[in-house]
Ligand binder design. Structure first.
Ligand code: ATP
Length: 538
């Protein structure tokens, strides 16, 4: 993986900002060096031989230099923050939208907790490297060169001696990078696991309580956290050891410069002003080298994060089948000799399945549990591709899955997901068709706020709103998966009667275990057990 090319490609929106940030940083470096030069001049010349006016002018210059440094630092902070939020927003948006295009139900299916962790932690790491570390590396390098040149002007031998620390630091950085990268990947994986555990436990909180497994799950989380702590401590020990080694090298470097300066001062080869500037410059050379070294782990964390984000984007390249297709008449669905096996499955779920769902017809799909009814829907939706055979769909499809699929937000928001421009009248009409008129008896009606998964409603109520949402969609073909499982018999009858009367023109395919809907359908497709073929009864 070419990380530099990746970062270059993904930093389009912040390149100008980065250049300005580097120029600001160079300004800061220039002011720092000016300060060194002015200090020497102040101590060696102005204090000794200058007039009161000269001293005042010099003090003013020093104050302006300090203030200039402060102002440039704030500009740098402003630029970094702006670029940071821009960069993480852009990355998050790209990955988020790619999640809707990725292939579903494959071997590489990721846990939503893991995806969340990548969208938060990894994007944060990458954008901090793009907007802070990279400009900082450029500025630090320039500071190193500037300080070295000025130091050479004072004392060439010492300047070279101090600069020798740079290749040492590079070799050292290279040596540690592989180990550090592995440790970082382990930590990221632990963080993802924790995120998955917390997310899933929150989602199934009631079930876990009813099973009495709160303690067991909490202990499991604790052991995951212990593992994370162990890995963080391991990385910390490694980093501390690395810093101790470098700290000793740099401390000795400083002492060397200090003693060297003292001896030169005693011998009268340098002045007090040169000695002061000298020590400032030693700091200005050592500090950037140390900073560059400290940036090594950050850059390594960033490469690990790029790999993790790329895992999400790889799936992005496999586009799902385009719907609709033109080879069949509008509103028709045709499956021709379709066989399918899941990537991680050992047997074929469907074998040579052939059927034609004629435009405007209503069909019930039946068959024992686990036989492949939902898989058939996934094939029609284009979420999965047949191992052999063809699936052709003439029109837009809307899918109403089984279970509670409402989201947090108002009822209006949940309905408008299917048609953002829907008027209140349209909403009222579909809610009536879906036997969900109860919404208008709620205090806030359509603006009633729902919790996660429609919390605040009964299962049957949530199911009817989900059905209304499906009916609102302007798709020509409706796939409805056990939509009446939570309804009583009379509401169920009423529901199907209203749907069939209100939308006679739509092609509808129902997965069902109940006879109520079968009696109303034009066709029944039975997926049979042994050969996994089908039988059709009109
Ligand atoms: N993502 C998946 N990966 C691998 N196998 C899967 C996957 N989803 C479903 N299966 C398997 O495919 C088979 C058919 O599942 P499917 O959900 O289509 O059955 P179904 O007829 O809709 O069942 P039910 O009536 O219980 O909803 C099952 O044996 C199931 O284990």
């Amino acid at each position: 993986m070419n990380y530099i090319a990746w970062l270059w490609h993904h930093s389009r929106g912040i390149r100008f900002n980065t250049v300005v940030r580097i120029v600001t940083g160079i300004g800061q470096v220039a002011l720092g060096l000016l300060m060194v030069w002015l200090s020497r001049k102040f101590i060696d010349e102005t204090i000794r031989t200058g007039t009161a006016d000269d001293v005042l002018r010099m003090v003013l210059l020093l104050v302006l230099t300090v203030l200039g440094g402060v102002a440039l630092r704030q500009v740098g902070y402003w630029l970094t923050t702006t670029a940071g939020v821009h960069q993480s927003n852009a990355l998050r948006l790209r990955i988020f939208s790619s999640l809707f295009r990725r292939q579903l139900y494959t071997e590489q299916e990721l846990h939503s907790g893991d995806v969340t962790s990548r969208l938060v932690k990894d994007i944060e790491t990458i954008s901090s490297v793009c907007t802070d570390t990279i400009p900082q590396i450029a500025i630090t390098f320039i500071q190193l060169c500037g300080a070295f040149l000025l130091m050479r002007w004072f004392d060439a031998r010492l300047a070279w001696a101090l600069l020798l620390l740079t290749p040492m630091a590079i070799v050292f950085g290279k040596l540690i990078s592989r180990r550090l990268r592995k440790m970082t990947l382990d930590i990221r994986e632990d963080e993802s696991r924790i995120q998955m555990q917390v997310q899933e436990s929150m989602e199934h909180n009631a079930v876990l309580r009813s099973l009495g497994s709160e303690q067991w799950v909490t202990d499991r989380l604790e052991s995951m956290q212990q593992r994370l702590k162990g890995n963080v401590m391991r990385r910390m020990r490694f980093t501390v050891a690395m810093r101790i080694v470098m700290g000793c090298v740099f401390g000795l470097g400083y002492l060397l410069a200090f003693v060297w300066g003292g001896i030169s001062l005693r011998n009268g080869t340098i002045t007090f002003g040169v000695m002061t500037s000298f020590l400032q410059l030693v700091g200005m050379i050592q500090h950037p080298i140390l900073q560059l070294l400290n940036m090594v782990p950050t850059v390594i964390h960033c490469t690990a994060s790029i790999d993790r984000l790329e895992e999400l984007s790889v799936q992005d390249k496999k586009e799902i089948r385009d719907n609709p297709c033109n080879s069949v008449p509008n509103k028709m669905v045709r499956l021709d000799d379709v066989s399918f096996r899941y990537a991680n499955g050992d047997s074929e779920i469907l074998q040579h399945f052939t059927h034609q769902f004629a435009p405007g017809t209503k069909t019930a799909i039946m068959g024992q549990t686990g036989i492949g009814k939902t898989t058939l829907f996934r094939l029609i939706l284009g979420f999965i591709q047949p191992t052999s055979g063809r699936v052709e769909v003439g029109g837009n499809i809307c899918y109403v899955p089984q279970g509670n699929t409402l989201m947090s937000g108002t009822i209006r928001y949940n309905l408008q997901l299917a048609k953002p421009t829907a008027t209140d009248d349209e909403l009222r009409q579909v809610l009536h068709t879906a036997c969900a008129d109860f919404v208008f008896d709620l205090e806030d009606g359509l603006d009633t706020e729902l919790g996660e998964r429609g919390c605040g409603l009964s299962e049957g109520q949530a199911q009817r709103i989900a059905i209304a949402r499906g009916l609102l969609h302007d798709g020509d073909i409706l796939l409805l998966d056990e939509i009446s499982s939570s309804l009583d018999e009379s509401t169920e009858k009423d529901l199907y009667h209203r749907i069939f009367t209100a939308l006679p023109q739509k092609t509808m395919i129902f997965i069902t275990h109940r006879s109520t809907v079968c009696e109303l359908c034009d066709d029944i497709v039975l997926i049979e057990n042994e050969k996994k073929q089908f039988a059709s009864h009109s």
